[in-house]
Unconditional design. Structure first.
Length: 126
């Protein structure tokens, strides 16, 4: 679905899913459309919905030391960037899963939650 102009993604909502063992699951809902259709009559009919489920282990969460709203912002940022990477590879982006644990992510969280803005309903071009 990618074009030269890219894909416009709008994050719509997020939610914490019920805990599953040692993991916390964060689900970020979004819509996406070719960015050249923004503001055009066919934008709504061509817009698709998707979500990314980000699973973080309790161990990594404890190492990072973030909880509640700060952890929400960090997972939002990981989700946003992962969607961007997925789009740049030309992959289907309607249902994505990302797992964060100490084996595949750094011991020190690379993001400062105070610098992360949860942007909902605003198109981001990838």
């Amino acid at each position: 679905m990618a074009t030269k102009k890219g894909i416009a993604v709008r994050f719509q909502s997020d939610e914490w899913l019920p805990k599953s063992g040692d993991y916390s699951d964060y689900k970020l809902h979004y819509s996406f459309v070719n960015s050249d259709l923004l503001g055009k009559p066919e934008e709504e009919s061509q817009t698709k919905n998707g979500y990314i489920k980000i699973r973080i282990s309790g161990t990594l969460s404890a190492i990072w030391g973030f909880k509640d709203e700060d952890l929400r912002k960090i997972l939002f940022e990981y989700g946003k960037r992962y969607i961007g990477e997925t789009i740049s590879k030309g992959a289907l982006i309607d249902h994505i899963e990302l797992q964060l644990n100490p084996y595949n992510f750094p011991e020190k969280c690379p993001f400062d939650p105070n610098q992360i803005d949860l942007n909902f309903d605003k198109p981001i071009n990838f």
